[in-house]
Design a binder for this molecule. Structure first.
Ligand code: PLP
Length: 424
């Protein structure tokens, strides 16, 4: 068969875009060669509905071993008693948890999307807001930190069946013990969605949800630096209370409910090539090198936040504890949409983002979200962060000047072009 040059040319264009630019999207990263190799391997050919040792297809001996290794490494990495590595994405991990714990119409309490939450935490445009009955907590207007009093008040008033602790655009650590206290007060299941800070949590740099939350979901492709995908976990000793009693009196454990929430509840055949890539990424995340990487991601975020503040950029909550920051651009008289567009012309990639109490629509927004996982993988350090902020500021100040933006793109390409995507 003829090689499909049309698509491979486009893949090459994308490789060049990724190589030459500064990637600041907080949810993106660059995987190692071995993760990429596994993701593009013959395992993509295999059907394996079911779980290791209990499949609905023959010929699963090899993928069983792969999936068991992925599960064991995930458990070691996060100190978990249970892991399901099959969710195709973070959204599907959350869908499976809702399937396992809720009936349609049940109430869920999530972080308001416009304050930093995720679509799957109850947004009206998502299944989570259509199938379930969502209520929200948010951040305090004066501090930008989560309003735990509001969380507690809304929980008391609404009595949700499930509370979600997690965010896509929150730059501070989370108090999972406090979330648990609130959940216990109203008898809710507590889910931590650590999709964004998973890598930092795995290395003990941020608070650990595992001892406090009944269930933990994550994506595998953000700070964790694996292939695109999702995962569900549970810690020790918090399994049985949330099982369901069967007619014969036996207890159906939460782990069984979660497994069937993924398959057959929500997915068919698992992506064993991606599960192999997850196993490799978890193995990488267990090393000391990954600890150095995560510490550098955090140091870079701190250096970048400081440089932004020095140039009078308004960071929500004033700074960051993790890998990202949310910037309110209203004092710079530019919308998130226009900033994203102008930065794109200078080969700097960010995403526009709602800020808490935003006055613009989600398509325009007043802010941008900026993160350091990807540029840290490319080998950039604290001094580079100051330079990157200088370049961003130059773009914002010259947003309509095409030749200045072109000149900045050349500086960006000179900084990035010679670096491999993944600096070992
Ligand atoms: N949960 C959170 C907190 C996220 O930030 C994201 C992705 O941005 C997801 C879930 C969904 O992940 P995916 O895009 O893999 O469906």
């Amino acid at each position: 068969m003829q090689r499909d040059e049309q698509i491979f040319d486009l893949i090459q264009d994308e490789r060049e875009r990724q190589t030459d630019g500064i990637e600041l999207i907080a949810s993106e990263n660059f995987v190692s060669d071995q993760v990429m190799e596994a993701a593009g391997s013959v395992l993509t050919n295999k059907y394996a509905e079911g779980y290791p040792g209990k499949r609905y297809y023959g010929g699963c001996e090899v993928v069983d071993e792969v999936e068991k290794i992925a599960i064991d490494r995930a458990k070691t990495l996060f100190n978990a008693a249970y892991a399901n590595v099959q969710p195709h994405s973070g959204s599907q991990a959350n869908t499976a948890v809702y399937h396992a714990c809720l009936k349609p119409g049940d109430k869920i309490l999530g972080f308001d999307l416009s304050h930093g939450g995720h679509l799957t935490h109850g947004s009206p445009v998502n299944f989570s807001g259509k199938l379930y009955n969502p209520v929200f907590y948010g951040v305090k207007k004066d501090t930008g930190y989560i309003d735990y009093e509001m969380l507690s008040d809304v929980a008391e008033k609404e009595k949700p069946q499930l509370i979600i602790a997690g965010a896509s655009a929150y730059s501070r650590d989370m108090d999972f013990a406090k979330f648990r206290e609130v959940a216990d007060n109203v008898g809710a299941v507590l889910l931590a969605d650590i999709s964004h800070p998973a890598g930092l949590i795995a290395k003990g740099i941020l608070n650990d949800p595992m001892p406090h939350c009944h269930i933990v979901t994550t994506t595998t492709h953000k700070t964790l630096r694996g292939p695109r995908g999702g995962m569900i976990m549970m810690g020790e000793n918090i399994d049985n209370p949330f099982g369901i009693r069967l007619k014969n009196g036996n207890l159906r454990k939460m782990s069984g409910l979660l497994d069937s929430g993924v398959f057959p509840g929500n997915q068919g055949g698992p992506l064993e090539h991606i599960i192999a890539a997850k196993a490799i990424a978890f193995g990488e995340a267990l090393t000391d090198e990954f600890m150095h990487y995560m510490l550098q991601v955090k140091k870079n975020a701190e250096a970048m936040a400081k440089a932004f503040v020095a140039k009078d950029y308004h960071l929500i909550s004033g700074g960051t504890d993790n890998h990202m920051m949310l910037i309110d651009l209203r004092n710079k008289n530019i919308t998130g949409k226009d900033a994203e567009e102008a930065l794109g012309k200078a080969d700097i990639t960010v995403n526009k983002n709602m800020v808490p109490f935003d006055t613009e629509s989600p398509f325009v927004t007043s802010g941008i979200r900026v993160g350091t996982p990807a540029i840290t993988t490319r080998g950039l350090k604290e001094d580079d962060m100051v330079y990157v902020v200088d370049l961003i500021d130059e773009v914002i100040n010259n947003r309509d000047n095409e030749s200045v933006l072109q000149g900045i793109a050349e500086k960006v390409n000179a900084l990035m072009g010679d670096r491999p995507l993944f600096v070992a």
